[in-house]
Design a protein around this ligand. Structure first.
Ligand code: CA
Ligand code: CA
Ligand code: CA
Length: 523
């Protein structure tokens, strides 16, 4: 039996200026234009089912190309009325077993042991959608810039907060060791974006994702994405991974020379005006905000280190601005974090030979000495590593490329997985060396920012039968009792089904999978 959730609601119609009531009933108690009023705490979720049990699915068949441009609030209202934002509960998807050679998986032994359980949360792409550094007018549907505008971008803080509530509920059911970010946590290397990500994940009595003027598109508190809200924060630690959008303007260009754009009053390529219902695209006058300053790599890592428990960042790496470090998720499993961003520009991955020599190889050696299984994690998988010379970038002469990374990681039998994001697709593939070495798995997790808007719960088991298994279960964020986050979900679904976003259309078979890897050299 499918449960259909119908959208738009009356409040949402009002939000998009379609059927607004009398705004004089506003409970806005403050002066000026702001959505003043105390944020209200949200109750704990009653449930957070894994997608093995039930999953959130679209109702309409996704368009292959868009008919209506969602950059106009009127068009958004039309698309929602036509059902593009509708969702329904769909049956759970079973976990598929994958072995390296396609053979049947052996049964677990009597003493199978969980080595770690964590959540991989990737590509949040949390945006200050009012920044003059936005480039929403260059969004070309289905093209390379199709993510320059997302209808749900103004709601991403509330969507991330919903993800936090969901993870906390999962943690109640099945305790987690931590959350590992996948990079592209912020969308535009911008100071306030990183502050919002850290506040929502760490917890804060009030988060206001509202830059420039204090806007209140639906008068009164707790009813629109520009109203402040309470962030309960993750109940487990989280660890930081850099993505290209965390360190580059729009994920492509070095931000510092463009500082004037971030602090300007004119958005040459379009931003959003939340003094108007639905936040239509405009160019000026943008209300200036110093909190939009772009971050250097060192400034970014200093912010992360100063937040909560520092989220894994050692003080020693801050000045270098590159997030290479290690941490132990449990007694048995060590993470080696690589920073595959290209500070010289380009959305592609880049690591330098010197970083391999000075950090990666010593970290791998130390894990052998310490008897740890290793999960390497970074924003890009090996296939995404380049010399840095792609669009917006500068070729580097000491780049370490994907084949080299495969060969290096395969030479360590205790490496079981390379975990990444960036592509916005759930995908798994074995890395099987052609010569010497041992296999491991590459795993990519989809984006919170794009359909299917999922995270992964990752479990690593010693199966007591000569195998390790890596069990991946995708996780939908829940919006119970949070109508603003729910509104964001419907907009996000509409982004996909209306054909505006190309992401999420494939690789659905790699959502719920259990990956086997033989223990060549048990530790
Ligand atoms: Ca604002
Ligand atoms: Ca506000
Ligand atoms: Ca409001």
């Amino acid at each position: 039996m499918l449960r259909r959730l119908v959208f738009p609601s009356l409040a949402a119609l009002c939000f998009f200026g379609v059927a607004c009531g009398d705004s004089s009933e506003s409970t806005d108690g403050g002066g000026g234009t702001g959505g003043f009023g105390p944020p209200e705490p949200l109750p704990a979720l009653s449930k957070a089912p894994l997608t093995t049990e039930v999953r959130i699915a679209t109702v309409t068949t996704p368009e292959t190309s868009p008919n209506i441009d969602p950059r106009s609030p009127d068009n958004v209202a039309t698309l929602l009325e036509q059902g593009y934002g509708d969702i329904q509960d769909a049956p759970g998807e079973p976990v598929q077993t994958r072995t390296l050679d396609g053979s049947a998986a052996p049964p677990p032994g009597a003493n199978a042991k969980l080595l770690t359980r964590f959540v991989h949360l990737s590509d949040i792409q949390l945006a200050d959608d009012e920044s003059p550094a936005r480039v929403v007018n260059v969004d070309v549907p289905l093209g390379p810039t199709d993510a320059a505008f997302r209808p749900q971008e103004g709601h991403e803080c509330r969507i991330l907060n919903a993800a936090v509530r969901t993870i906390n509920r999962v943690n109640e059911d099945t305790p987690l060791d931590l959350v590992v970010l996948g990079g592209d946590n912020a969308d535009n290397a911008q100071s306030n974006e990183v502050d919002w990500v850290l506040s929502i994940l760490t917890g804060a009595p009030e988060v206001s994702c509202d830059s420039g003027a204090d806007d209140d598109p639906v008068p009164g508190p707790n009813n629109d994405p520009k109203d402040p809200f309470i962030a309960e924060g993750l109940h487990v630690p989280f660890r930081w991974v850099n993505g290209n959008h965390d360190v580059l303007n729009q994920g492509n260009f070095p931000p510092i020379p463009k500082e004037a754009d971030y602090l300007a009053t004119y958005a040459s390529v379009g931003t959003r005006d939340w003094s108007q219902p639905g936040g239509p695209v405009f160019q000026e006058p943008v209300v200036e905000d110093d909190a939009r300053a772009p971050l250097t790599g060192a400034e970014l890592l200093a912010k992360v280190l100063a937040s909560g428990d520092g989220h894994g960042i050692p003080e020693s790496i801050v000045s270098g601005g590159r997030a290479f470090y290690t941490f132990d998720a449990s007694d048995a499993v060590r993470f080696i974090v690589m920073d595959t961003t290209a500070p010289t520009g380009s959305a592609d991955g880049l690591i330098h030979q010197s970083e391999v020599d000075d950090f990666l190889v010593p970290a791998l050696e130390q894990a052998v000495t310490d008897g740890k299984y290793v999960i390497v994690t970074s924003h890009h998988i090996a296939a995404q590593l380049t010399d840095g010379g792609g669009f917006g970038g500068v070729a580097q002469d000491d780049a370490f490329l994907g084949d080299d990374l495969h060969a290096l990681l395969s030479s360590y039998p205790n490496v079981i997985m390379h975990l990444a994001g960036h592509t916005h697709h759930h995908r798994v593939s074995p890395v099987i060396p052609t010569g010497e070495g041992t296999p491991y798995w590459e795993v990519e997790t989809s984006a919170l920012a794009d359909f299917p808007h999922q995270m992964r719960v990752v479990e690593v088991w010693d199966l007591d039968n000569g195998n390790i298994s890596i069990r991946l279960t995708s996780l939908d964020y829940q919006t119970e009792n949070d109508p603003v986050a729910e509104e964001g979900r419907h907009l996000a679904v509409m982004d996909f089904t209306s054909g505006w976003s190309k992401d999420g259309s494939g690789e659905v078979t790699d959502r719920n999978v259990e990956l086997y890897i033989p223990l060549v050299a048990p530790l």
